[in-house]
Design a protein around this ligand. Structure first.
Ligand code: ADP
Length: 449
């Protein structure tokens, strides 16, 4: 569907998609209005002894339903219609609606019938959708139609179908008062609606602009992060290599305290490298997430999952943790990047091993159902307190019980997983109970071509 945005002042925030949804909404509304009007006439016909030409009213209603069905078909058939044609289509519908309303009013008592209030709907709708000038033109169109109807009935050019025994259609004072109030109401309504819409559009434009600035600032921040992390990596690698070199070659010549200090320094340098690596990953995903076409391939996710499980099994065995995995259904290839899925699975399985005490178990279920790839990774570990469950996806957040069992950690892994899953249009959630275990659920939509 053509989503061309419109930046002109005439339709400051519309696009074809928006307009199409308005059009189909108005089609539904029109069916309801025609049905309601029909029921109204049936009720009044049986409750009151009226002498209005019901058959003519029903013919107009039938014509309206026929037209509306035609609109519906056109809307379904021409999905790629251009914005300017959509707008013409919309104007056409409003003009026909107003004209049919005037005809219905004529057959059902005109000035006697309070349904002339319904003109207000069109005034409001046109003031919301169009500019001040167009709204003013529609208001004038409404005023002219209603005044002409009353005038021609008053002068006898067209017949008047009275609703009540005492009709006001030839009472000049009543006509004068009614028209004055009607005209004021129409123009004031249009003025209020267009002014409010103008304010709304202005604020929306400002918010959009600020939003764009925020996105840009975030991109600059991510780039800065990337640059700094990258620049810091090399000196830290050199420091670590030097320390490891000293420990390798001169360990025997050093006293035990120095060796201990150097070991700690090496460990800290490794931690720092891990943080930098994950920061780099996070900022890389932020700045590139919009560039969807970059390096995409057909990914066999189940194959990656099996590979990661096999690789992590060794880790788990060292802690006497058993990993069971079962994969159901044939998952179609997903358009994406191998390394993204590898990171998702590795982070979650690795966490499950790290936060599960010795002798525990990890179960992994994966299935393809209803165009979704669903994965559940559950462990019998330390669990996550209710108050922490939302925070664990924040950057650098680590829960207290996790810090006790695993001293080292960056608190960046889950933010990265969440970001990657969301880049694929998916979602992640957690269910957990302290000291009982944790379940992570991931849903990734699969587009089948
Ligand atoms: P890290 O594991 O390096 O601390 P993560 O972003 O991967 O960083 O995880 C954030 C926090 O979420 C962890 O510190 C821990 O508190 C919690 N967490 C993640 N996975 C589990 C798990 N399987 N069991 C218990 N807590 C978990």
């Amino acid at each position: 569907m053509n989503q061309e945005p419109v930046n002109s002042d005439r339709f400051p925030f519309l696009n074809v998609g928006f307009l199409q949804s308005r059009l189909s909404w108005s089609i539904h509304l029109r069916y309801i209005a025609a049905g309601g009007f029909f029921l109204g006439t049936i009720l009044t016909k049986h409750l009151f002894n009226l002498h209005v030409p019901f058959s003519k009213i029903w013919m107009v209603l039938a014509f309206l339903v026929f037209l509306n069905t035609l609109y519906y078909i056109i809307l379904k058939l021409f999905k790629d219609i251009s914005l300017s044609n959509e707008i013409i289509f919309l104007h056409f519908q409003i003009i026909i609606d107003l004209t049919l309303l005037t005809i219905l009013l004529h057959y059902s008592g005109s000035i006697d019938n309070p349904i002339f209030f319904f003109y207000a709907f069109h005034v409001v709708i046109s003031s919301i959708l169009f500019s001040k000038v167009v709204a003013l033109l529609y208001s004038t169109f409404v005023v002219v139609q209603f005044t002409a109807l009353i005038f021609f009935e008053y002068t006898g050019v067209i017949p008047h179908y009275p609703l009540y025994r005492e009709s006001f259609y030839n009472n000049p004072l009543y006509i004068y008062l009614l028209l004055a109030v009607f005209i004021i109401t129409v123009y004031v309504t249009a003025y209020i609606c267009t002014t409010l819409m103008h304010l709304y559009r202005e604020s929306k434009r400002k918010i959009d602009h600020l939003n764009e600035q925020l996105i840009e600032a975030d991109r600059v921040k991510s780039n800065f992060f990337r640059f700094t992390s990258h620049e810091l990596k090399s000196p830290i690698i050199s420091i670590k290599t030097s320390i490891d070199g000293i420990l390798g070659k001169f360990r025997d010549e050093l006293d035990a305290r120095a060796v201990d200090l150097l070991y700690r320094a090496s460990l800290r340098a490794e931690q720092m490298l891990n943080i930098l690596k994950e920061l780099l990953e996070l900022s890389r995903n932020r700045s590139f997430s919009k560039d969807e076409s970059k390096g995409l391939e057909k990914v066999d996710v189940t194959h990656i999952l099996k590979r990661v499980v096999a690789q992590e099994t060794e880790n788990a065995e060292q802690k006497s943790i058993t990993i069971n995995s079962s994969i159901h259904g044939l998952v179609p290839l997903i358009q994406g990047r191998n390394e993204d899925f590898e990171k998702i699975f590795r982070n979650l399985i690795n966490n499950a091993i790290r936060y599960t005490p010795k002798g525990g178990s990890i179960n992994i279920f994966a299935e393809y159902a209803s165009f979704n790839f669903n994965i559940r990774i559950e462990d019998t570990g330390i669990g996550i307190a209710d108050k922490d469950q939302q925070k664990i996806f924040d950057e650098f957040y680590r829960s207290e019980n996790a810090k006790k069992i695993e001293k080292f950690g960056t608190g960046l892994g889950l933010s990265l997983v969440k970001q990657l899953v969301e880049n694929y249009g998916g979602s992640i959630r957690v269910e957990s109970a302290l000291n009982k275990g944790t379940k992570f659920f991931i849903i990734i939509p699969v587009k089948v071509h």
